[in-house]
Design a protein. Structure first.
Length: 413
């Protein structure tokens, strides 16, 4: 299919059928530049509300396909400076004969009109200017204040950046002189990192810069027994293995066999030898695991509100009700998995979201019920320089002589 035909199909699926842009891009073959398609798709998603506002003065209601056709055309006009005649000509080719004159007329009026963009800092102004739901703007304002909310919104509107992590187990050592190095083993690449020999030989793995900061909080060493309870696709499990020098045991769990296979493939490709995958629901208690693990990573399911640069469509899919549901699941996973931790063991709870109810307040509610667990540290990593927003809390289970255990058993099966 031609470039703009692909763009319209993807946007319609993402905005109206709750599909994901990255998966949709992989499925459709493009007759043209994949770079152009990617730019228009993600750029349009980041500015969707603002782009809609530009044509609303000229038409009351349009069909789904016409809506996505208009917004992707307006994105090309305003943000990419594509010539107007090229946009109009290619746009009218994508609609029915009886719709061509309508699309032509509306786009020409929009292109000649002044750009509409509210400059105030009221929630409704921010929601339109940064194309985020107003309820989400109000949530962040209440939790983080105006200055931090503006920083989050600004970062979410920037093109995402791909970071990598060096894999010490790789038997191939490519030249990394063109890579930029950060803390620990983190790297980035100015071009397409997926096309580099270092990535293709599994010497460099894709992992967000802030995501890489979670695993070190486990205080790992060789020979430990570690549970990664929500492990797929296995990137953090593999990182855990590097801190253990490939000695010890890592149990990596997921509820879907095909996602476990992703972990197994990554282990094989990267030379990781101590990961054992297991189909296991993190919300169901196993009595044979009680007091078994030295370390536990709970990279729990979350709303993904820290990942709106890489996945801008999340902002249109999520709702306040879905936040409540995910918080209940997180609380259940915490209650169950802490029971697997040995005395003096460490559990790290992490999310890729920016929502206090899933992060700090979730941990505080948990600690209020568990005297046998103490908070060692916690940190919110806000989006910065193309990195996603993350949160982690490092917890330690106290020794029995310090406190009487009050482990919750209500989920025993």
């Amino acid at each position: 299919m031609k470039e703009r035909e692909v763009i319209v199909q993807i946007l319609e699926k993402v905005l109206y059928d709750h599909a994901y842009a990255s998966l949709s891009l992989k499925k459709l073959k493009v007759d043209g530049s994949i770079g152009f398609v990617t730019e228009v798709v993600y750029g349009t998603l980041r500015h969707y509300f603002l782009l809609q506002e530009q044509y609303k003065a000229f038409v009351k209601k349009v069909k789904k396909k016409i809506d996505v056709l208009f917004v992707m055309a307006i994105y090309q006009h305003h943000f990419m400076k594509v010539p107007d005649y090229a946009i109009v000509n290619t746009s009218v080719e994508l609609v029915k004969p009886q719709e061509k004159s309508f699309v032509n007329a509306v786009l020409r009026k929009v292109f000649q009109a002044d750009w509409i963009e509210p400059r105030g800092n009221e929630p409704k102004d921010l929601a339109l200017r940064y194309s985020h739901p107003e309820w989400l703007i109000r949530l962040w304002l209440a939790q983080y204040g105006l200055e931090k909310t503006l920083e989050i919104l600004e970062e979410n509107q920037k093109p995402s950046k791909v970071y990598g992590r060096i894999n010490p187990f790789s038997d191939k050592k490519e030249d990394l002189k063109d890579f930029t190095f950060y803390e620990n083993e983190c790297v980035s690449y100015e071009g397409n990192i997926l096309s580099t020999k270092a990535f293709q030989s599994h010497q460099v793995l894709i992992q967000d810069r802030h995501s890489q900061l979670v695993v070190p909080e486990l205080d790992l060493r060789s020979g430990l027994s570690v549970l990664d309870a929500c492990a797929s696709p296995g990137t953090k499990s593999q990182q855990i293995a590097t801190y253990m020098d490939n000695e010890g045991e890592i149990i990596s769990c997921d509820i879907y066999p095909h996602r476990l296979e992703l972990i197994n493939q990554l282990s094989q490709q990267t030379g990781t030898k101590i990961i054992h995958t297991l189909k296991q629901d993190a919300g169901c208690l196993r009595s044979d695991w009680l007091n078994h693990f030295d370390r536990i990573l709970l990279d729990v399911p979350c709303s993904g509100l820290g990942d709106l640069s890489h996945k801008p469509e999340i902002r249109y899919h999520i709702s306040p009700n879905s936040l409540d549901e995910i918080q209940q699941l997180q609380a259940k996973i915490l209650e169950i998995n802490v029971q697997y931790l040995k005395e003096d063991g460490i559990l790290v709870y992490s999310t890729c979201t920016l929502n206090q109810k899933e992060n700090h307040k979730q941990i505080q509610n948990f600690l209020d019920k568990h005297e046998e667990v103490q908070l060692v540290s916690e940190k919110t990593l806000f989006p910065k320089e193309g990195s996603d927003g993350f949160y982690y809390a490092k917890l330690r289970r106290k020794k029995k002589d310090m406190v009487k255990s009050k482990l919750c058993k209500q989920y025993m099966i």
